[in-house]
Design a protein around this ligand. Sequence first.
Ligand code: AMP
Ligand code: ZN
Length: 492
Amino acid sequence: MEIRNKLQIYNSLSGKKETFVPVVPGHIGMYVCGPTVYSNVHLGNVRTFISFDVIYRYLKFLGYKVRYVRNITDAGHLEDDSEEDKISKKARLQKLEPMEIVQEYTIDFHRVLDLVNNLPPSIEPTATGHIIEQIEATKEILDKGYAYESNGSIYFDVLKYNEEVDTYGKLSGRRIEEMIANTRELEGQDEKRNPQDFALWKKAKPQHIMRWPSPWGEGFPGWHLECTVMSTKYLGEQFDIHGGGMDLKFPHHECEIAQGKTLNEVDPVKYWMHANMLTLNGKKMSKSTGNYLLPNEIFSGNNKILSKAYSPAVVRFSMLQAHYRNMLDLSEDALQAAEKGYKRLMEAIDSIDALPEGSKSDFEVDQWIESLYEAMDDDFNTPILIANLFEGVKFINQVKSGKAQITKEDKEKMKKAFNDFAFEVLGLHKSQQESGGGKNQAFDKVIQLLIDMRNQARAEKNWALSDKIRDELAEYGVILKDGKDGTTYSFK
Ligand code: AMP
Ligand code: ZN
């Protein structure tokens, strides 16, 4: 199959949109930095993963064979300026095994991404599963002379790299002289020759829980190295796309470039992509500052910020109404507007089949379909795609009210285009609450019927039957709740 090749991607490295040309024709290797699994993902994290999910979906939709690698950071991510990694610290404070922490939050991460209808990546490697590769890479960088040992830890020599290999700071636009001028002295930094140097391997202090033997004694790998090792292991020394949130550009991705280029003498990544931040009250959503909302809190309505619950599909839709490179502020107004828009879109899609067929169409359907591609080809512009989809909605509603005509053939074309772009590319999905019809509606009616039967059984004091209905539904994950206004149901 011929792949449409009009895709323009904004490359953070060049600061411009570039025509996308894959390293291997027809194939794409894409790496996205995954979460550090020491706490629940917040909606900011979710936004970044939705952004890259849509990118992955569109590349696949175009016909590329995409290998999408997204790691799980389960070791090595240091807690700010401390000498302890985030997972070890939490394990120590909670008196748990580090892998219990990792398990709990990895499950939560997968559950949340599943709820918002993200596709799983092709490979999801963990840092702890690649300790040997990280030790090997550290050895190689040492052998090449771009790292040094200090007190059992190994540091990357940034100044030497900057002088002899490539400009350190070329991705983030920072100049090394300025970095040096602006750094303050930090505890433990006396081990480093220069404050910009970063750890490839850290010696584990006696209280540090996660530790592995190495040629330099017991320790643990540096965070930046895991991404270099896992991306190149699964995607090759140079691959197509590397993504992550804007906040990872420096130092994390800058360090990845330095490590990759030192190891393999080639720039590891052709297109660097950075997703912008989700803000709350105008400030970056972040665990450490306490300015965050958890996915569960928005899906259940159980929070102080919003007046009601919003379904995962509406949350996804509202996030896609902003371009991935723009900031987005989470607000009730935006969510309400998204809920309305989402409903309008779903209703229009559901009504296509029943539209009366005319002898001509008062709408340029082919041109409209091309506009859907064009929006996505322009650096994955989802807000424009959504606006263009609504042009189609407007026309469908005109046909519905008898103000315009559509042919049978165009009906089929529009139905396919909505299916392709709303469901396959944007990954919108109908969740229980807002479904307009089909299986979900039938499911809803079946549960209502069972609720009625249970109420009748209770009125007749047939407790055995009423309990059976409640308990068996619970077994299937449907929880009944008796309230002032009757019985409602939710999913476990
Ligand atoms: P972390 O687990 O902190 O490494 O974050 C996982 C991903 O979420 C990274 O790509 C971060 O850049 C991204 N991220 C963190 N905070 C936000 C935010 N407020 N908005 C969007 N993405 C974020
Ligand atoms: Zn990374």
